[in-house]
Design a protein around this ligand. Structure first.
Ligand SMILES: [Zn+2]
Ligand SMILES: [Zn+2]
Length: 259
């Protein structure tokens, strides 16, 4: 069984209900962490996941709300003999190495070690447990990648957009995806009020429209800009005016099966 566990669903402002966006892709014995904000060990524990069962950490980009938990993850496992493989763009990987070095977390006394894997856009790379990934550049920030995972015997396609405005090429990569976890900042009315959002995030209306055209089977919108003050139900209604597939509006700690 393959499932996505939503460790956090908010944008750059965490709230009492929603922490910064982060996910676990779990298939069989393989657990892959996508982005690492907040307190990752606490959230893994709350989800019933043993941290040593997580062998791979993917970083979509190096904005603070996606990487600031990484030092905490490694520091918290200092006594455990473990290796994380950290995947991201060359820029993200270099940034994360320097971030860990700021805290001296790659010194030999720390038993948990991190191996860095820089992904070239468009190249398929084996991750673990029969999971492959192809990374794709998206136009949110210079380090930004989306990830297309191929999972399990049926090679199910699970795509994580990271933060991004609508990027038509992404919906080609995500065509017919078994699951798409995509940036969904706010209802469309906020993108009219704050046009700057259009260059960095995606509105619920646009996400519904593009996901419908791409034939996405399961859509999970995330990275809600909660400080703008709206109800998630408003985004759900907007998406539903365009999208007819399976829609999962996640709360923190929820999980959904990829079928
Ligand atoms: Zn973000
Ligand atoms: Zn960002």
């Amino acid at each position: 069984m393959t499932e996505i566990i939503f460790l956090g669903t908010s944008g750059y402002v965490p709230t009492p209900e929603r922490d910064n966006a982060a996910f676990l892709l779990k298939t069989g014995e393989t657990s892959i962490l996508v982005d690492c904000p907040g307190s990752p060990l606490r959230k893994l524990a709350a989800a019933g996941i043993k941290p040593l069962d997580v062998g791979s950490v993917f970083v979509t980009h190096v904005h603070a709300d996606h990487v600031y938990g990484l030092p905490s993850l490694v520091h918290g496992l200092m006594l455990r003999d473990h290796v994380f493989r950290l995947f991201g763009s060359a820029e993200s990987v270099d940034f994360c190495r320097r971030l860990l070095d700021l805290f001296g977390l790659r010194e030999p006394k720390y038993k948990t070690r991190v191996e860095f894997v820089a992904l070239a856009p468009g190249e398929k790379t084996a991750v673990a447990g029969g999971v492959d990934v192809t990374a794709w550049s998206v136009p949110h920030q210079t380090s930004s990648l989306a990830f297309e995972f191929r999972v399990g015997p049926g090679a199910k396609k699970v795509v994580f957009s990271g933060d991004t405005p609508i990027h038509p090429a992404l919906f080609e990569w995500a065509r017919g995806a078994d699951a798409l976890v995509h940036d969904c900042g706010a209802p469309a009315r906020f993108f009219e009020k704050f046009p700057v959002l259009k260059s960095v995030h995606t509105s619920a209306l646009d996400l519904g429209e593009w996901s419908e055209r791409a034939g996405v089977r399961l859509l999970a919108p995330v990275h809600f800009l909660t400080e703008l003050d709206f109800e998630v139900g408003e985004m759900e209604k907007e998406i539903r005016t365009r999208f007819t597939g399976r829609l999962f509006m996640p709360s923190d700690g929820e999980r959904v099966a990829v079928e």
